[in-house]
Write a protein that binds this ligand. Sequence first.
Ligand SMILES: CC(C)(COP(=O)(O)OP(=O)(O)OC[C@H]1O[C@@H](n2cnc3c(N)ncnc32)[C@H](O)[C@@H]1OP(=O)(O)O)[C@@H](O)C(=O)NCCC(=O)NCCS
Length: 170
Amino acid sequence: MQLKLERCIIRPWRLDDAESLARYANNGKIWLAVRDRFPHPYTMQDAHEFLQRAMTEQPEMKFCIEMEGAAVGGVGVHPGQDVHRHTATVGYWLGEDFWGRGIMTEAVTAVTNFCFENFPLRRISAEVFANNPASARVLEKAGFIFEARLKNHVLKDGQVLDSLLYARTK
Ligand SMILES: CC(C)(COP(=O)(O)OP(=O)(O)OC[C@H]1O[C@@H](n2cnc3c(N)ncnc32)[C@H](O)[C@@H]1OP(=O)(O)O)[C@@H](O)C(=O)NCCC(=O)NCCS
């Protein structure tokens, strides 16, 4: 699979992405906006471990954002289980050098469209920490609908935060 978009390319991760992945993912501003399972600092070993997992997953639902030939970000789709098996959640991050150019709006729109077309999904949701208006805006521009504010739902970097639940349904 490869999606050639106006601003970036979306494709599966490759083993040779490790160096670029570690370079762009190693950023405290990114870590503050994502789950604690995203390593910080982000080492080459973290990159290798992630790539091994992403590349062996079936179906492959972790996608790389490529700009100027380099892996500069990721969009990961996580399928639900049991009675939630027709749903998925999506998470994403982008190297700071590339923020503010509309790249993630394009990437999240394309990946969610791709997943609705290729997998039997009826709902894709995303949860944004309430202190991250840029990410909430990305979801709104990508056609997600705001569903709820989850009070005190997140403990990040010692701070209790609300989170904002968004979803696209089919
Ligand atoms: C959030 C993130 C994905 C945005 O990616 P991006 O490619 O810069 O996003 P886009 O350029 O497509 O869109 C950003 C939108 O947010 C808006 N925005 C940026 N900062 C903002 C702020 N402080 N308040 C309100 N809106 C803001 C931009 O103006 C733009 O909206 P517009 O097109 O209506 O002007 C990127 O900054 C990132 O990776 N951050 C760290 C990790 C993260 O937050 N991941 C998501 C976890 S839920």
